[in-house]
Ligand binder design. Sequence first.
Ligand SMILES: [Mg+2]
Length: 255
Amino acid sequence: MELNAFTNLLTETQVFIGFDRDGTLVPYADHPDEALLDECVKLQLEKLSLLPNVTVSIISARSIAQLGRDMLGSADRMILAGNYGLEISFPDHSEFLHPDAIRLKKTLRKLKVELFKKLPQLGSVIIEDHGLSLCVHYHRCEGLERRDIITAVSAFAKLYPDLTFINLPTSFEIMPANNWNKGSALDIIESKIGFDDEPWKLLYFGDSVSDEPAFQWINNRGGISVRIGDAKVTESSLQMKSCSDLIGLLNMAIK
Ligand SMILES: [Mg+2]
């Protein structure tokens, strides 16, 4: 996305800007705990959220608690959608929590215990608990180790029909089997904000397959969707090479 297009957009009457977190605002790290939001990026997001015509939202696989820690001090000016939007907090302190996420919390805990018993014996996996979803990262595993992890997690999928196990290039995302995605999260945000009531301009930045439903959602409403990275196939209307390009754009546009 070009600087001029972005700065022009910021002058519109009402602007919604959604950001994915990992791979979009924060470069990936070997361990998810090491992927921290840079203080300069945090400052730019804070400034963005202070513009009276701009609504900022972070829509991530991570929990609202984590997103709140990232944005400490300005979190209550943003819409934070954690666990793919199964949980959403709004600036007026209202919250959305998907009933399936509540119903399946115990099931997810049980699975987590079983994954911790089984997987570390097979390879150097990282099991991340986001509260309403789990993520099994296996980017550190190669060859047979990787095959064993995929086989083991796939076997668990058969035992837990109420959960969906989404196999991404180097991870499994595990969440309620209700076809929920970031587009669904945007539906909830729209029902709260009512994008139709005013001439809203919509913009969304993401970097992965899990952002594609958000790109489609934004495109369907005449907005601009931007995928970070060099994906060959994407629904996004624009692409940017890397997180640092996006961060550079924010730095140049927001003084
Ligand atoms: Mg991402």
